[in-house]
Design a binder for this molecule. Structure first.
Ligand code: EPS
Length: 462
């Protein structure tokens, strides 16, 4: 093909040539290098040159990536974009990792592991340096998988059992589609990475984001709203310290009656060889009005939150505020009337009657608590397996029975907190920037001052 037509064939955001000959995608406060191919010959008259469309990455400022297989030697996260001078508390990272390991309904793996993060780079004497931070969590189970997961070719390569090969893909897991896409004969090559074990590193990286947010008075917590169709009665006003209230519950549920029924349902599912999903709710307090933006689709904070939450293993739906319920009501029972009641001081002197919007209007935070929900499907490893097809022969078979959890909804809440914290950290750094915490703090305080001045009407505003 002669041209560089992107998907859909349109030109995408404008390309701005820079003095040094490189070109940048001009969209938002940060400029991103993009690759542009040029014609060897002059294009025919009237022919448009199209750029390779590179959408902004979902987290342009706070960036993180994870690596590692579920039964490999270790898992790793690299976090970039945190300013220098952020105090880092590694005990706090480990506390978050313990929270993720807990919850009624977890399987045998969580009895083997005792996740602890080692900091390999980017932190010195308890403070960030502004350089990439590498976190590492060792898999204790690796000791049982050194042959099957050996990075080097193995003598017993031909022994499917010793190599723990998987030929019976589980419906609902990435096993089959991953094996097709990556052309693997052994679905283990897929499931090792698709495993929710990867969420360990999201929580570790998210703990750093939480530590940044805490410096600015922003706290992220969660609770379990339902498991297996049992819906908790959630109080209108949630406890100020949500995690302190939810964490003591084995299912992280605020309603003790529902908690008992959820535990019974998990026990029953286990007896039946079945699994249960549910819904978690994440709430962030202290978020200032003005994070995110209405100006472009990829800068809207609700969209960014949805992408981050939907990327969590087994999450199938995301809501903000009233969510789907808003579509069932008339506007008068959906939108939150505006007043001047702003007890948190984060709304610029403006408040809302209620918070059906979940703290977001037009893709921008309102200063009200941010409220998101994520719906998790039941885990796809069933001890009473569904039908599948043998990848070697095409013969009908039963899906593989890997050790797994009956219910991981309480843990999903902790993972969802981490993802929300990272999206918020990204939005904070995008808006307030700074290479050091001092710079970030000055910009943050000045902005709060600016929006407060808008809400302090001369003469009282009556
Ligand atoms: C998980 C680790 C996994 C599973 C679970 C979550 O460990 P193992 O496969 O050794 O039992 O317990 O993963 C899944 C539910 C899945 O579908 O992959 C963890 O650390 O959270």
């Amino acid at each position: 093909m002669d041209d560089d037509r992107g998907p859909g064939g349109d030109a995408g955001p404008p390309i701005v040539p820079r003095g040094d000959g490189s070109r940048f995608l001009n969209d938002g406060p940060t400029a991103h290098p993009i690759h542009v191919r040029t014609f060897a010959r002059r294009p025919p008259p009237g022919f448009r040159i199209f750029a390779v469309r590179r959408y902004l990455p979902p987290m342009p400022t706070f960036r993180f990536t994870t690596a590692g297989e579920s039964h490999g030697p270790a898992l790793v996260a690299v976090v970039e974009g945190l300013p220098a001078g952020l105090p880092v508390n590694t005990d706090e990272i480990d506390r978050e990792l313990r929270r993720r390991q807990g919850g009624y309904g977890r399987g045998g793996r969580m009895r083997i592991e005792s996740d602890r993060a080692e900091v390999l780079s980017g932190v010195r004497h308890g403070e960030t340096l502004g350089s990439p931070i590498t976190l590492l969590v060792r898999n204790r189970d690796w000791a049982n998988w050194t042959d099957a997961m050996s990075p080097a070719p193995h003598d017993a390569q031909g022994d499917d059992e010793a190599m723990r090969r998987v030929f019976f893909p589980r419906p609902g897991h990435a096993d089959l589609v991953g094996a097709l896409k990556y052309d693997r004969g052994d679905a283990r090559d897929v499931l090792e990475r698709a495993s929710a074990r990867e969420t360990t590193m999201r929580v570790a990286a998210g703990a750093l984001a939480k530590q940044l947010l805490a410096q600015l008075g922003i706290r992220v917590g969660s609770h379990v709203a339902s498991i297996g169709g049992i819906v908790a009665d959630v109080p209108d006003v949630l406890p100020a310290d949500l995690n302190a209230a939810a964490d003591p519950s084995p299912v992280r549920c605020l309603d003790p009656v529902a908690e008992g029924r959820m535990i019974d349902a998990i026990d029953q599912a286990k007896r039946d060889g079945d699994t249960l999903g549910g819904v978690v709710e994440v709430v962030a307090h202290g978020v200032p009005a003005g994070l995110g933006s209405h100006v472009s689709w990829d800068r809207k904070l609700d969209g960014r939150l949805a992408q981050a939450l939907m990327s969590i293993q087994a999450i199938k739906g995301v809501e903000v505020g009233l969510g789907v319920e808003a579509a069932l009501r008339p506007g008068s029972r959906v939108h939150d009337a505006i007043n001047r009641d702003d007890p948190s001081g984060r709304g610029g002197g403006f408040g809302r009657v209620g918070n059906h919007a979940g703290g977001l209007e037009g893709g921008i935070t309102t200063g009200q608590p941010l409220v998101c929900r994520a719906a998790m499907k039941p885990i796809s490893t069933l001890m009473t397996p569904l039908g599948t097809v043998d990848l070697r022969t095409g013969a009908p078979a039963e899906a593989v029975r890997e050790r797994s959890d009956v219910c991981a909804v309480p843990a999903a809440g902790v993972v969802a907190e981490a993802m929300v914290a990272m999206v918020l950290a990204d939005a904070v750094l995008e808006k307030f920037g700074g290479d050091s915490m001092a710079e970030l703090g000055r910009s943050f305080d000045a902005y709060l001052e600016q929006i407060r001045a808008r809400g302090a009407f001369p003469g009282g505003g009556d």
